[in-house]
Design a protein around this ligand. Sequence first.
Ligand SMILES: O=C(CO)COP(=O)(O)O
Length: 253
Amino acid sequence: MTRPVIVAANWKMNGCLSLVDEMTASLAKVELSENTRVIICPSFPYLASFASKQIDCNLNANIALGSQNVSEHEKGAYTGEVSTEMLNEVGVKYVIVGHSERRSLYKETSSLVAHKVAKVLNAGMTPIFCIGESEQERETGQTNTVLASQIQPVIDEIGIENFSKIVVAYEPVWAIGTGKTASPELAQETHQFIRQFIADVDLEVAKKVSILYGGSVNAANCKELFAQQDIDGGLIGGASLKVDEFSHICSAV
Ligand SMILES: O=C(CO)COP(=O)(O)O
């Protein structure tokens, strides 16, 4: 089973209009291999600009727009929130759901995250569903239990038959923004656990689902990480804000 290589950029609360211009201009020149998919997730105010630049720069159809979050509600009196319908309208195809920063800083629970995953799927977009353990959880041997407790509510909410329609992003919290990347061997071992956990429910779904690694991915380490059997690309923070480095990652994998 050949799964695509997905390179997703999570700009977090960084970037500006000129970064949208520079990134789209640079991506327009990048030679992507046929099997590569690129997803750029800027902050809400830049989504529409990115979408119009996609057209102006005639970007490769394998470069898509993503959002970093979405409301679990349909519409109405939810000041400051953004709905799936609004994201759809501006051309968003992917939505990051349950990033560890949303879970820890904004107290998003695994059940809320599962609800959002379903909402995104029902709206015809692809959730990038994030999971990961803290440093303390890894050190005390709880990694697999934590990951299972994050994945199971999503299986329960959407049904295993829909699980291959989502993208999973494994991001160990201790590797995010710290420069402490998981070694390729450790990342592979954890990805293998995630795929096996899904395979125990449905082998075919497990073979199809894309599982990305995130946490201090950069131009120097991406190739070795993405070459691992169960690693299907990356969710990239800091390095995705550097136009040359990010473009290099997209063309190198
Ligand atoms: O959180 C991340 C992507 O969602 C990873 O961030 P860094 O690549 O900056 O470690």
